[in-house]
Design a binder for this molecule. Structure first.
Ligand code: ADP
Ligand code: MG
Length: 264
């Protein structure tokens, strides 16, 4: 168990996902219809002679601002689905429209740009860069996006403060607790103010109390307007989402429905 004091955090940045006028986010995003639209998505892995259909016949529409959980047994395709949604992996067939734009046909560079501007990713094992401090890890997406150091520094400082990490700024990941590492990872995932946040078992490596804090952080971010899509093994955590999807053998077996539970 972590101590309440060291794991305490403040509310998520209220500026996150706030409506923006022009700027780099203005060009995508202004569309009617769903934010995310998957049609006939297949993902096949070939290993020697064996073929694994990790995703098959996935049709899925998700509106901006939804809070969706993805559940299902190990190997059912949850991570593969999240990776496709996050443009970390490309489907073998089918189409993915993000904010009205077919992103399956974009070049690798264009995909990287969309990922950088629109998508935040949080993983079970944090995926922080071990040699970089907390502050440097959080700054990384801004460096990759070419944001000037003068603009980066105050944004890193604000992110550190928002996530209760100011006194950990110069620590490397191996000097941080699990909860602190995940807070750094969430700060890094949201420092570019993405429209959607994808979390793959974000509490899977955390004790219950720390996991609860991370859940609250993610839900605060959702309350701020970000679309939250979370894979979890934990039924109780999955039930907190407004919409629940259940996967089996690479297919969506159950879907509680688009827009379910919104507006309460
Ligand atoms: P889940 O996250 O639900 O546990 P995954 O999406 O990780 O499931 O995996 C779905 C299926 O695809 C599994 O059978 C898994 O072994 C396979 N798979 C996932 N990634 C790869 C890969 N890179 N190469 C080969 N097979 C993979
Ligand atoms: Mg997985």
């Amino acid at each position: 168990m972590s101590t309440a004091k060291s794991e305490r955090h403040t509310a998520a940045p209220e500026s996150l996902a706030a409506p923006r006028g022009s700027g780099p986010q203005g060009e995508v995003g202004k569309t009617h219809g769903p934010q995310i639209e998957l049609a006939g998505i297949e993902r096949i892995f070939r290993l020697g002679d064996s073929v694994v259909r990790a995703l098959s016949g996935i049709d899925l529409a998700i509106d901006a601002g939804e809070y969706l959980s993805v559940m299902g047994p190990s190997g059912s395709g949850k991570s593969t689905l999240l990776n496709v949604l996050g443009l970390l992996d490309s489907p073998s067939a089918g189409h993915y429209r993000l904010e009205g734009r077919d992103v399956t046909t974009l070049s690798a560079n264009e995909q990287a740009r969309v990922r950088s501007q629109r998508i935040g990713f949080v993983f079970q094992s944090f995926h922080l860069v071990p040699r970089l401090t907390a502050a440097e890890n959080i700054a990384l997406p801004m460096m990759l996006a070419g944001i000037a150091p003068g603009e980066r520094a105050p944004r890193v400082e604000k992110a550190l403060a928002d996530f209760g990490l100011t006194d950990r700024a110069r620590h490397r990941p191996d000097e941080l607790s699990g909860g602190q590492r995940q807070r750094v990872a969430i700060a890094r995932a949201t420092v570019m103010r993405p429209a959607m946040l994808l979390a793959d078992e974000p509490t899977g490596n955390l004790d219950r109390a720390t996991g609860e804090e991370v859940m609250r952080l993610l839900e605060d971010l959702h309350d701020g307007g970000v679309t939250l899509i979370m894979v979890t093994h934990d039924q109780a955590l999955g039930d907190r989402a407004h919409r629940k999807i259940y996967m089996e053998d690479g297919a969506i077996r159950r879907d509680s429905g688009r827009g379910a539970g919104q507006g309460d």
